[in-house]
Design a protein around this ligand. Structure first.
Ligand SMILES: NC(=O)c1ccc[n+]([C@@H]2O[C@H](COP(=O)([O-])OP(=O)(O)OC[C@H]3O[C@@H](n4cnc5c(N)ncnc54)[C@H](OP(=O)(O)O)[C@@H]3O)[C@@H](O)[C@H]2O)c1
Length: 219
């Protein structure tokens, strides 16, 4: 399995679940800076140019699943920069994969993603375009659209502003889970759900919102 964004909040949680789960035998994490964790199942692939993965072709060759958790907040970013990281990096990774119709690609977008690509919100249009292009590719693509994500096991965001807000939201999580259960999930459930959808072999819903993610994680 190939993991992108392993240093981020979502990626840390997904990595943890993959390392704990016996169904996942090998994790190759593509990162731009080294991880602070080692594990017999984990190989770290430090890479600089996320628009060109030619140098990693041999590592991509026998991959059967990709968990794509790399992404940034659009706050303070112009459309071109946000599009480069959100869309261009993701599609470059997808296009660098071997032709394998049985491969599963799971992409983390977000609640509110705009599938029409025509709406008012820049981030939602860019994520919508990214999702649409992934869904049209010749592999099993699953789009995860979480709303609020609770860091279940101490995962930390790479986004400074979120590191300030998260401790407060984290304390409110039990209340959020009770009052808006359809809008929340956890890093743990995202990781478990990603592993679960690989087992669907391309069947079922291809766009999963928080309740779908939580159900997939539980089942
Ligand atoms: N957190 C939430 O509540 C939430 C909710 C809904 C959707 N999402 C989506 O989930 C995804 C992950 O979010 P997160 O909270 O895990 O973010 P995060 O903690 O800020 O982590 C971002 C990840 O993306 C990598 N990254 C960012 N810019 C990069 C670049 N220019 N080149 C290479 N790698 C880059 C980071 O690597 P470095 O460590 O090298 O910077 C890190 O691994 C995003 O697409 C986000 O929109 C998050």
């Amino acid at each position: 399995m190939l993991l992108f964004g392993a240093t981020g909040m979502v990626g840390q949680g997904v990595l943890r679940e993959c390392l704990l789960d016996d169904r996942v035998t090998r994790v190759r994490a593509v990162v731009r800076s080294p991880l602070d964790t080692t594990h017999p199942k984990l190989t770290e692939l430090v890479h600089a140019d996320f628009t060109d993965f030619t140098a990693l072709a041999a590592e991509f060759e026998d991959v059967d699943a990709v968990f794509y958790c790399l992404g940034v907040s659009s706050t303070g970013k112009r459309e071109a920069e946000y599009r480069r990281i959100t869309h261009d990096y993701t599609l470059a990774a997808a296009r660098a994969l071997p032709a394998n119709p049985a491969l599963t690609f799971v992409y983390v977008s977000g609640e509110g993603t705009d599938s029409t690509e025509q709406g008012r919100l820049m981030w939602a249009r860019v994520k919508g375009r990214t999702e649409n292009e992934l869904l049209a590719m010749p592999f099993h693509a699953y789009m995860f659209r979480p709303g609020y994500i609770h860091a279940a096991n101490g995962e930390r965001s790479r986004t400074p502003a979120y590191r300030l807000i998260y401790p407060v939201l984290s304390r409110l999580y039990p209340l959020l889970r009770r009052t808006v259960p359809g809008k929340v999930t956890t890093t743990e459930d995202i990781g478990r759900a990603m592993i679960a959808v690989v087992g669907r072999n391309g069947t079922g819903e291809h766009v999963l919102h928080s309740p779908d993610i939580n159900r997939a994680a539980a089942g």
